[in-house]
Write a protein that binds this ligand. Structure first.
Ligand code: 5GP
Length: 343
């Protein structure tokens, strides 16, 4: 049997080449994407995960200012959406360009999706999210969403193989979400043995599937986001990096002078106790629940991410994300990433 080695972000680095800009401040990160049927989206393709602690309306307001996309979690009611849309349409209509409505695939989920989309035709992005993107129902539900909403952009996942990317694309998905088991609070690998190291998942999907993909999970910092783009991701979704902010959900708990917020997996026991009346006896928890130190307002994190990405682009001979070409970037496999002397 031929078992191949696959890599995560900590296994790789990017080799610099001659710059075409003299300063990172000359690098533009806003990119225009054109999907099938003429659907378009323009913004910075860093995406807030639809986890209920990160994909909040408050986060969308803060990130939308920077043109980042927020996948709003599916636990808001239709009336919560109504309030958000009314307030935002009044204050700043363009924020709605930078939100996606997340949905599962149950009949109840789809009804709610329809109810939310009826509230405003300014919402153009739908995120169909299941833990296992290989179940047969997933394709059928996507086909019916595509039929009903020919002009909306559909993000859907998660999968890690190009064959499944192709099937999802044929079913009508515009952006395929890649990642199983890479997330910071994910226990899928421990519980099921299933997964694919994230850098290789992106690389291997993109090598054999030429349409848009979103790397989801496993980015710990700006450098990992850059590596995800370098491996071929068109969009990069982040959970943990956006956790623990003022705009994230959850009460602040104080202990020994430190302030924390809870951050937990969407398949964790904590989440199932909160929304699903506990863990069903046919399944187990596939997510962790952790406390993260409160990081302050998310704009500081965004500035850090965008600064890192601008610098990355200036190091490898491009002037913008629009002109970024991952196929021209040399990646190397490393044994050590950071000098450990002050660890
Ligand atoms: P992070 O950026 O925190 O490393 O990863 C975020 C991603 O982890 C999410 O967007 C989602 O795809 C995934 N995720 C969130 N909660 C869970 C969970 O409970 N179990 C698993 N397997 N994945 C999760």
């Amino acid at each position: 049997m031929n078992i191949q080695t696959k890599l995560c972000f900590d296994d790789i680095l990017i080799v610099p080449r001659n710059s075409i800009v003299n300063s990172r401040k000359d690098v533009s990160l806003v990119k225009k994407f054109t999907f099938r049927g003429g659907r378009t989206w323009c913004g910075i393709p860093i995406v807030v995960s639809n986890m209920d602690s990160t994909g909040t309306f408050e986060m969308a307001k803060a990130c939308g200012i920077y043109k980042l996309l927020t996948c709003i979690h599916k636990y808001y009611s239709v009336s919560d959406w109504k309030t958000f849309i009314q307030n935002e349409s009044y204050n700043n209509k363009s924020i709605l360009n930078y939100v996606a409505v997340s949905t599962g695939i149950s009949n109840q989920d789809i009804k709610k999706l329809n109810d939310i989309l009826t509230l405003s035709n300014l919402i153009n992005v739908i995120c169909v999210d299941v833990a296992n993107g290989y179940i047969p129902n997933f394709l059928q539900v996507i086909e019916s969403i595509r039929k009903k909403y020919p002009n909306k952009i559909i993000i859907a996942g998660n999968v890690v193989t190009p064959e499944r990317c192709k099937e999802l694309y044929t079913a009508g998905v515009d952006i395929i979400k890649i990642g199983i088991g890479s997330g910071s609070v994910c226990l899928t690998r421990k519980q099921t043995g299933i997964g694919y190291p994230q850098a290789s998942a992106v690389n291997d999907c993109k090598s054999d599937f030429k349409h848009h993909i979103m790397s989801d999970g496993g980015c710990k910092n700006a450098g990992d986001v850059c590596k995800a783009f370098a491996m071929g991701a068109d969009f990069v979704m982040l959970g943990s990096v956006f956790s623990g902010h003022i705009e994230s959900a959850g009460e602040i708990v104080e202990e020994n002078g430190n302030r924390f917020k809870l951050f937990y997996g969407m398949s964790s026991k904590h989440k199932m106790n909160k929304y699903d009346n506990g863990v069903n006896n046919y399944r187990s928890s596939e997510g962790k629940c952790v406390r993260v130190l409160v990081k302050g307002f998310v704009k500081n994190t965004i500035t850090d991410l965008l600064g890192g990405l601008r610098s990355h682009i200036s190091y490898i001979g491009f002037d913008s994300l629009q002109h970024y070409d991952y196929t021209k970037i040399t990646k190397i496999k490393t044994t050590i990433q950071l000098n450990p002397i002050y660890n």
